[in-house]
Design a protein around this ligand. Structure first.
Ligand code: NAG
Ligand code: NAG
Ligand code: NAG
Ligand code: NAG
Ligand code: NAG
Ligand code: NAG
Ligand code: NAG
Ligand code: NAG
Length: 482
């Protein structure tokens, strides 16, 4: 759930430069045009043809089947570190009702060669990205910086690990060959867990020379992706993909509906406005999963922005921030909308933390009185990650589950900064799991915290990361020397 510095006042909206040229407040369509033009400049390619459903797709195929392979992606327009290489695939996955869908993934390859006669293949991290948006252009595999750049995929690949990263159904491949849309079911954890499992299976079958059928891998995700990876640990308990060595959850979106309801109830809390923006994503997701719901939760003004600007222009999260930043959160959705039966059903269907899982799991989040400005970790409310963790730890104890769940709070850090603050810990942990370090983490629940050396007021904290990887075009290559 990458959120933002909110653009609230008219003055801030003028950052969108369009009010420099006109007197009146820009319309939603004008804002969307502005936002999507910038987003397009951050895409590796403006050619959507690559993401069209391949001719050999059929809804009778098994999931995990490869439909298209781009062996070596042209990286000219990406910021991928030189020496790495990348592939993209289109493969089949299953939606939450069991229907077969086409979807895409990228695979980032390290530089170093495998030892001679190696039969084990590369180690892999199965990476689940956070919210990028709701529509086809929001596929990280076509983002110049793969959305998480040096924070996660570049770092892992530079260390010698293959990164297999699903875009998620509905992002990238946005429709079937007959034109019927494939809607992205945002934060529908069992669906994204399928996208993860079948991405790895398809990557192994597309590249058997590099990825052994049972090669070691760790699953990992942040935010929406943390929720997906949490769902993946539950999928592993019933339908395991072999080679699994554990999962890292970074600031996982444990309970979006609870966050929404409690954000509405606590309008003055610092996490209230970001929490309320999740309504836009959730209303679309409930409709993707239960089409009869038909976006019923939107207010008229919110529906107008959604259909006539956000969806029409196929915006992604940055454009959502511009569009809805201009509307008071109380107007995003109708009062009491989360009481609808479809919303309750979606909440149950997508719930994480209430069933058996396969570990070991390492969960890392920013603690201390809601320092994560969008997904509360340790606030005394049911929306907080810790309240899900305590519930799960109770189930583990009562059920005598021999699993390992290690939770570490990082004092004073926010939603994206936790990735950096905890990097040393998760990187070591992943390497130990992939190397089969014994003994592994002890079974049971452990909840701890890390003190900051110069945290709190001294370290810079915002919901998003404090950097944007820029790119210079071919005529500006001299800028790379900075
Ligand atoms: C890279 O971007 C430029 C400018 O948008 C475009 O003309 C070119 O086709 C792109 N190259 C690839 C390989 O997508
Ligand atoms: C679809 O076609 C691609 C490219 O020819 C091929 O690699 C893939 O195996 C095919 N998949 C199926 C299910 O036919
Ligand atoms: C690799 O296999 C070949 C053929 O079996 C053998 O000659 C060679 O010594 C092996 N290399 C190593 C490093 O084991
Ligand atoms: C389009 O194709 C998909 C997948 O095969 C199918 O589920 C859907 O019903 C089709 N839509 C129409 C309008 O034929
Ligand atoms: C919202 O739109 C619907 C359909 O256009 C209309 O019937 C209804 O009166 C509107 N509600 C409000 C509060 O404006
Ligand atoms: C949702 O339903 C419950 C139980 O029927 C009710 O107590 C509550 O007020 C409703 N919430 C809203 C926001 O309407
Ligand atoms: C927690 O944060 C709230 C809102 O920012 C603030 O009012 C409260 O004093 C804080 N409590 C502690 C114990 O720091
Ligand atoms: C690349 O940069 C030059 C110089 O700033 C500019 O004139 C040109 O339009 C740019 N090309 C693209 C494709 O952005």
């Amino acid at each position: 759930m990458a959120t933002f510095r909110f653009l609230r006042s008219a003055t801030l909206l003028c950052l969108a430069k369009i009010c420099a040229t006109q007197e009146t407040t820009p319309s939603p369509a004008e804002l969307a045009a502005y936002g999507t033009a910038w987003e397009a400049s951050q895409h590796a390619s403006s050619d959507a043809v690559w993401y069209e459903t391949p001719d050999n797709f059929s809804s009778t195929l098994k999931p995990g089947v490869v439909l298209k392979i781009e062996y070596a992606t042209d990286l000219t327009n990406y910021t991928v570190p030189a020496s790495l290489s990348m592939s993209r695939i289109i493969y089949t996955t299953l939606d939450v009702h069991g229907a077969v869908l086409p979807t895409s993934a990228y695979i980032l390859w390290p530089y170093h060669a495998l030892p001679e006669n190696d039969t084990l293949g590369y180690d892999a991290v199965l990476w689940a990205h956070g919210t990028s948006g709701l529509f086809a252009p929001c596929a990280p595999s076509n983002y110049r910086s793969l959305q998480y750049h040096f924070m996660v995929p570049y770092l892992l690949a530079n260390q010698g690990t293959v990164v297999v990263a699903p875009d998620y159904a509905g992002l990238g491949v946005g429709s079937f060959a007959n034109g019927t849309k494939i809607n992205h079911p945002w934060a529908t954890s069992p669906a994204q867990a399928n996208d993860m499992a079948y991405a790895l299976q398809a990557a192994r079958s597309a590249f058997p020379q590099y990825l052994a059928p049972g090669g070691p891998y760790v699953a990992m995700g942040h935010s929406q992706g943390g929720r997906a990876a949490w769902g993946f640990t539950e999928r592993q308990a019933v339908s395991p993909v072999v080679g699994y060595r554990g999962t890292v959850l970074l600031a996982p979106a444990a309970s979006p509906i609870d966050i929404i309801e409690q954000a509405i109830e606590n309008p003055d809390a610092p996490w209230s406005i970001p929490g309320q923006t999740l309504q836009i994503l959730t209303i679309q997701s409930v409709t993707a999963v239960y089409p009869s719901y038909k976006w019923a939760g939107f207010t008229n003004v919110s529906a107008n922005i959604f259909f006539n600007a956000y969806e029409k222009f196929q915006g992604c999260l940055p454009t959502q921030n511009i569009l809805y930043g201009a509307l008071p959160p109380s107007q995003y959705a109708q009062r009491g909308w989360t009481n609808a039966s479809e919303v309750k059903a979606w909440q149950e269907l997508t719930r994480v933390g209430n069933k058996r899982f396969a570990g070991p799991v390492l969960l890392l989040a920013g603690n201390n009185n809601g320092s994560d400005g969008i997904i509360p970790y340790d606030l005394p409310i049911s929306a907080s990650i810790l309240s899900s963790v305590h519930h799960l730890c109770g189930l583990m104890e009562k059920g005598g589950w021999e699993e390992s769940l290690q939770v570490v709070g990082y004092k004073d850090v926010n939603h994206f900064p936790v990735i950096q603050a905890s990097e040393g810990m998760w990187l070591d942990w992943i390497k130990q799991r992939l190397n089969g370090a014994a003994p592994g983490p002890p079974s049971g629940c452990s909840i701890g915290s890390k003190k900051a050396f110069r945290g709190g007021k001294d370290s810079f904290q915002t919901i998003p990361p404090n950097f944007l990887v820029e790119w210079a075009n071919a005529t500006d290559q001299w800028q790379y020397s900075l």
